[in-house]
Design a protein around this ligand. Structure first.
Ligand SMILES: *Cc1c(COP(=O)(O)O)cnc(C)c1O
Length: 365
């Protein structure tokens, strides 16, 4: 079976370094907010080109704390994409704000900047774009729009570690950004983990307090906070993987470009690249009118495939109260036709060719 993602092969490649890092933590016993969390935060900030990063317990928490610390709260509207994982909108709800879903671009599958503009009201406080599947959003237009309208730009970078736009990292353009290190993400640890990135001293100080029970000085509490710290063992693993992230992302791009080249003559829409942004292919996602037939054929051939995401957020029961009657035709059409193929840095060309042969046979044969 060719899996969607192969974490074992990657672990074996890095085994010596990762085992050594984990063993050091066990020896040192500084398990909570120890030296690896601090070092990883510095290394990640340098990589991303931001002033601060703050490790926390998950990507969902990173978005929640980023929203809270950036000042989004009850009564505020946050414009976001309906074509994303639920956590984007959960975080908006956690702070008491209302998610406002607008349509996406049919080529990039990311939030449509014109739709953002049209949805702004007196209550709009923030825009939360998602760099979905590793495809960077059009940050030039979106950040200009947020600046002009006085809106807080908070990026969901859970799928885009290392993706860039005009040479700037995703996550470095707004007031704050949230990253996830869920194991299958393009930068993943071996459990849950997340990170807030910001160049604001004020937001950074607030997130640092909020992730650690609202406390700056031990046993003195200024606000009600949370227990949401990045684990020291996970930080040790992430420090190793961060050194390889550019190589991993390059290999993902190699896989994606092979797929796209081999499928150029098929009735499918392969991922879009505009030449300005660097897509890091957290997922390789296509559109096809005969998705079910292709996925069936792949399964019979021992090849995994998956639909991210079959039900857009504006059609989820949990958002029925804010989305009654809302129709977002591009999102609905994409959700009905999209599917994703296996992608990971170690996926070999021979496997890619075999996968594409099965798709060819399903569509032509
Ligand atoms: C994975 C993901 C999250 C949440 O991250 P967790 O670490 O699983 O909490 C948020 N947004 C998007 C787009 C994601 O893919």
């Amino acid at each position: 079976m060719i899996p969607m993602v192969d974490l074992k092969t990657q672990y074996l490649r890095l085994k010596d370094e990762i085992d050594r890092g984990v063993a050091e933590v066990l020896e040192n016993t500084a398990f909570i907010l120890g030296p690896n969390v601090k070092a990883f935060e510095e290394e990640a900030a340098a990589y991303l080109g931001v002033k601060h990063t703050i490790g926390c317990a998950s990507g969902t928490d990173a978005l929640h704390l980023a929203l809270l610390a950036s000042g989004v709260g009850p009564g505020d509207e946050v414009i976001t994409s309906p074509f994303t994982f639920i956590a984007t909108a959960e975080a908006i709800r956690y702070v008491g704000a209302t998610p406002v879903f607008v349509d996406i671009d049919p080529k990039t599958f990311n939030i449509d900047p014109e739709a953002i503009d049209a949805a702004i009201t007196d209550k709009t406080r923030s825009v939360m774009p998602v760099h979905l599947f590793g495809q960077p959003v059009d940050m030039v237009r979106i950040s200009a729009l947020c600046d002009a309208r006085g809106l807080l730009l908070i990026e969901d970078c859970a799928q885009s570690f290392g993706a860039s736009i005009n040479g700037r990292q995703s996550g470095s353009l707004g007031i704050s950004a949230g990253y996830s290190f869920f194991p299958s993400k393009n930068l993943g640890c071996y459990g849950d983990g997340g990170l807030v990135a910001t160049s604001s001293d004020e937001v950074a100080a607030k997130v640092r307090m909020l992730r650690n029970h609202g406390s700056e000085i031990r046993y003195y509490h200024d606000v009600i906070g949370y227990n949401s710290r990045l684990d020291e063992i996970q930080a040790a693993i992430l420090r190793v993987k961060l050194r390889y992230i550019d190589e991993f992302n390059r290999e993902r791009r190699r896989v994606a470009h092979s797929y796209s080249r081999l499928m150029a003559d098929l009735p499918v829409q392969t991922p879009f690249e505009d030449g300005l942004g660097v897509h890091v292919y957290h997922q390789y996602t296509l559109l096809c009118d005969r998705r079910e037939a292709v996925m069936d054929a792949l399964q019979k051939a021992g090849i995994s495939s998956a639909v991210y995401y079959p039900v857009p957020l504006h059609q989820q029961n949990v958002f029925a109260d804010v989305c009654a009657g809302l129709s977002l035709p591009v999102t609905e059409s994409v959700a009905a036709r999209c599917f994703s193929l296996p992608i990971y840095p170690e996926l070999e060309e021979a496997d890619i060719r075999r996968i594409v042969e099965v798709i060819h046979a399903a569509l032509n044969g």
